[in-house]
Design a protein around this ligand. Structure first.
Ligand code: HEC
Length: 141
């Protein structure tokens, strides 16, 4: 049983790694230079897990409290620095952080809609900057 669970976890990590932006943005020949994950990639994976936990809290009518520093999306180093240097990236990042704040301040009744609005923000930024993981992010709805 334990062995089975471990295999599932490993498969999950493999899927996340395979659909990262890099895999989509860079031609295969360049991938050997990108096997070290960026700060932003690692943060994003933690944000994903955090969103799953917040969704559970919302369903249980508990307050969704972020457990990872989401505000680091403004400063974490990306695998492609030019991308996050774009002013539109900052605009998307701020909209995302605003949605996260709204979710924490919402009433239990408002939270399901506010949670959905948060995931919409993940999707919006990804449409412009990193379409690869969108299929995975969809699972958060
Ligand atoms: C402001 C833009 C922005 C927002 C908001 C955003 N992302 Fe990302 N995300 C990115 C960029 C850019 C990358 C690529 C990072 C890199 O390659 O260094 C990325 C990468 C990822 C990855 C791939 C990580 C890997 O394995 O390399 C996942 C998964 C992800 N994001 C999930 C999410 C989730 C879930 C949310 C919302 C809770 C979210 N993102 C919100 C811009 C954003």
């Amino acid at each position: 049983m334990l062995k089975h669970n471990l295999r599932l976890v490993l498969a999950g990590i493999g899927i996340v790694a395979a659909i990262s932006c890099l895999a989509f943005v860079f031609p295969i020949a360049e991938q050997s230079t990108s096997d070290k994950d960026s700060e932003l990639s690692l943060l994003m994976r933690n944000m994903y897990t955090d969103a799953v936990n917040m969704r559970t809290a919302v369903k249980k009518r508990q307050k969704p409290v972020p457990a990872v520093p989401h505000e680091q999306i403004l400063t974490a180093a990306a695998s492609d620095p030019a991308k996050v240097a774009a002013p539109t990236y900052t605009t998307f990042a701020q909209a995302y952080l605003k949605a996260l704040k709204a979710l924490q301040e919402g009433t239990p009744k408002q939270r399901p809609a506010l949670y959905k609005a948060l995931i919409d923000q993940c999707m919006d930024c990804h449409t412009s900057f990193c379409p690869g993981p969108k299929m995975l992010i969809k699972n958060l709805y």
